[in-house]
Ligand binder design. Structure first.
Ligand code: BES
Ligand code: MN
Ligand code: ZN
Length: 461
């Protein structure tokens, strides 16, 4: 079943009431519906959906429990459950909500399912009428971007290698008249991207740097860099089975910057957009890069390989170096970079790192505004010396296991010197346990917040 929004409410549209915990009595419900709710022990429990009948036994409406009335964070996405649980047909929101736009977006996002590999199209549709004063186009575009991110991540590596990722960028570029190019295989060496080549050369598809450019060249430069490790075996420092199981999602950073680019171009934001994706497989073969190898990066810094499983920062370093050469106004990189970020904050709350205190506040406020949670972590300079090497300018890992997300960010930091506002997002890119607007699987993280930041900065009012 799919979910749609419609701009006009149909005659047989059924109401959904949003009921806070223990506030059934205060809700202005027909008495038969209150009685039905009581008979089912419905008292506004968070996330509970109760379908209510008409007198003749057909579907008359539904109640959604929203729990506590204080809706900060993800609570404002609770309408996501409606996108999965309501019967097919026409629906509208009967209650007024603080942020009805976010609720309708949540219903769309919650209705996502990944059906590429099975027959699941029954043709049925849940249709939600747009609440008054809400811009449908933008909500539909944001949902399309989120869907694209999820589809890219959920697609297994057998159909989402570096070639396929390039094709996905080309498809998006074609839709918006962007120019897309790619530097592939040996050419990476000729054009001085040695670390992207080293990490990806053992892969079954050639490594590449994908480059999308769009917009007015004289507009403020916004550059997005996404980690596109299409599969991360760990390389010669191979991961155990449990650690490798989900590694098709190691291009989650790339998927997310593609989604953000889609939003930016759909909204026609007056920016000069560049998207750079180093797309590789971190594979095992005779020509794989090895522990102890010393790589010379695009920037000229030499990097000793302490662990081939810390590959993301290597490919990002060369891509960030190129990005930084343009001196962009905004430089954002997104990556499923460290397990340590998950140890620190769990899968729902990606950390971000930036030197700019004002930029950090802009991001935090946007994250809160659109319920796309993010948490700032520090670029704590004293830890940088732990990335030192006896033979090279730096090592790609530290050995003591402390503050792994911070030291990974500090590694990237060495390759960014000229961008005016740089922020690094260490995302998980995956939903391990379903939430209201997030079915289990690949996930868009941080891009709704970043879209809000960019709109606030650059959109013509
Ligand atoms: N892609 C992984 C990080 C990762 C693992 C993200 C699981 C999300 C879930 C990355 O390439 C990696 O393997 N990082 C290592 C770094 C270590 C060798 C310093 C890690 O986090 O263990
Ligand atoms: Mn790895
Ligand atoms: Zn990785």
């Amino acid at each position: 079943m799919s979910v749609e929004i419609v701009t006009t409410k149909s005659e047989n549209s059924r109401p959904v009431w949003f009921i806070a915990k223990n506030k059934l009595a205060e809700a202005d419900l027909p008495s038969s519906i209150s009685a039905w709710a009581k008979a089912h022990d419905f008292n506004g429990q968070e996330g509970r959906v109760l379908v209510v009948p008409t007198a003749d036994g057909s579907i008359g409406g539904a109640l959604l429990g929203i729990g506590s009335e204080d809706k900060s964070g993800q609570g404002r996405l609770l309408a996501g459950y409606l996108g999965r649980q309501l019967p097919a047909g026409d629906w509208h929101f009967a209650s007024t909500l603080d942020d009805a736009g976010l609720a309708i977006l949540a219903a769309l996002m919650g209705g996502y399912s990944f059906d590429k590999y099975r027959e699941n199209a029954d043709g049925a549709v849940r249709r939600f009428a747009l609440p008054e004063g809400i811009n449908a186009d933008e909500i539909i575009q944001i949902n399309e971007a989120v869907t694209l991110v999820r589809d890219l991540i959920n697609t297994p590596t057998s159909d989402m290698g570096p070639e396929n990722l390039e094709q996905a960028v080309r498809d998006l570029g074609a839709k918006h008249n962007a120019s897309v190019s790619a530097i592939i295989g040996e050419e990476l060496l000729e054009q001085n991207f040695p670390m992207i080549h080293a990490v990806g050369r053992a892969g079954s598809q050639a490594p590449r740097l994908i480059d999308l450019q769009w917009g007015d060249p004289s507009a403020p430069k916004v550059t997005l860099v996404g980690k596109g490790v299409c599969f991360d075996t760990g390389g010669l420092d191979i991961k155990p089975a449990s650690g490798m199981l989900l590694m098709k999602k190691d291009m989650g950073g790339a998927a997310n910057v593609i989604g953000l680019a889609s939003m930016i171009m759909d909204a026609n934001l007056p920016v000069c957009l560049r998207v750079l994706i180093p797309a590789v497989e971190n594979s095992i073969a005779g020509n794989a890069f090895r522990p102890g190898d010393v790589l010379t990066s695009r920037k000229g810094l030499t990097v000793e390989i302490g662990n081939t499983d810390a590959e993301g920062r290597l490919v990002l370093a060369d891509a960030l170096t190129l990005a930084d050469e343009d001196e962009p106004e905004i430089l954002v990189d997104m990556a499923t970079l460290t397990g340590a970020a998950r140890v620190a904050l769990g899968p729902e709350l990606p950390p971000y790192f930036t030197h700019g205190d004002d930029f950090a506040v802009e991001i935090a406020e946007a994250a809160d505004k659109v319920a796309d949670p993010l948490w700032r972590m520090p670029l704590w300079q004293p830890y940088e010396k732990r990335l030192s090497s006896r033979v090279a300018d730096l090592n790609n890992v530290t050995t003591d296991g402390f503050a792994g997300a911070v030291t990974a960010a500090l590694f990237l930091n060495r390759f960014v010197t000229k961008a005016k506002n740089w922020s690094h997002f260490d995302i998980y890119g995956w939903v391990p346990v379903e939430r209201a607007a997030s079915p289990v699987g690949g996930e868009a993280q941080a891009i709704r917040a970043l879209y809000y930041v960019l709109k606030a900065r650059f959109a013509k009012s």
